[in-house]
Design a protein around this ligand. Structure first.
Ligand SMILES: [Zn+2]
Length: 151
């Protein structure tokens, strides 16, 4: 490039086609700095996505561990010395409680680990729960769970 053309204020002569090409190029392609900023944003977004996936996995794992780490069962008062202590799953009595929200939704909670299950009660469950509450009821089958979480 000659010295004259790099001087500030030096007029340039372009043909109409050159100007059109220049404008088209400027519009379609981000400059180096813009491209760098875009790349950085894309990288950041990728990292955020990865972090989100990782976090979701950790939460799912924690949920599963909590659920599997507690049998949600205890030995009943009649068990004497063992009464109230953790019993193998399906033995003793369920240490659950809960609340009926409406005809279609109930929340059950394990009073030991605070694991919760939301489900739609069947007709007979609804009848039973309406009269007796949810103390020591078995948690709903997994296929019926609407939402579950660790409180
Ligand atoms: Zn539990």
């Amino acid at each position: 490039m000659s010295k004259e053309t790099t001087q500030p204020g030096t007029p340039v002569t372009l043909t109409f086609e050159q100007l059109k090409e220049l404008l088209a190029a400027a519009q379609s392609k981000p400059n180096v700095l813009e491209q760098k900023a875009i790349d950085t944003e894309i990288q950041k977004e990728r990292k955020r996505d990865l972090a989100r996936v990782e976090l979701a996995k950790i939460e799912t794992d924690a949920l599963r561990r909590k659920k599997e780490g507690c049998t949600h069962c205890r030995w009943p008062m009649s068990a004497g010395k063992q009464a109230g202590m953790s019993a193998p799953r399906g033995q003793g009595e369920w240490c659950t409680s809960g609340q009926l929200h409406d005809r279609n939704l109930a929340t059950m909670i394990c009073v030991r680990c605070s694991y919760t299950w939301q489900f739609r009660p069947t007709d007979s469950e609804f009848e039973y729960i309406s009269q007796n509450g949810m103390l020591s009821l078995a948690p709903p089958d997994e296929s019926r769970v609407i939402r579950e979480s660790v409180a």
